[in-house]
Design a protein around this ligand. Structure first.
Ligand SMILES: [Zn+2]
Length: 113
């Protein structure tokens, strides 16, 4: 479950920003979660809660925004929203695909007060 490591990294990044910007506390963290990022939103939420427990972020709300996974089929030359269950082209059912969007997990926004 690499979500735990990811959330640890997110909190460390947030901590750095808090320090740089001289923020006192963080009300909300918005994460963009790509469907192709290999992470499970439910695990992200669970791991986040584990990581922030008993820290200054324990009351910080985590908001997840799911980014659809878009892929390009190198055989049909079409772009489509990928079905993460099957991971194949809806036209030729091939797997010669290049992911275009939804690969990343990024911090989109930090709401501080
Ligand atoms: Zn295809």
């Amino acid at each position: 479950m690499h979500e735990l490591g990811l959330m640890d990294a997110v909190i460390r990044t947030v901590g750095r920003i808090v320090k740089e910007e001289n923020l006192t506390s963080v009300r909300k963290i918005v994460l963009e979660v790509g469907e192709l990022s290999g992470t499970v939103p439910r695990f992200i939420t669970n791991c986040y809660e584990a990581v922030v427990a008993d820290t200054q972020y324990q009351d910080t709300e985590l908001v997840l925004e799911i980014v659809p996974g878009i892929a390009h089929c190198n055989d049909c030359h079409i772009e489509f929203r990928i079905d993460i269950e099957s991971l194949c082209c809806p036209i030729c059912h091939g797997k010669n695909l290049t992911p275009i969007a939804g690969k990343d997990l990024t911090i989109k926004e930090i709401e501080a007060c």
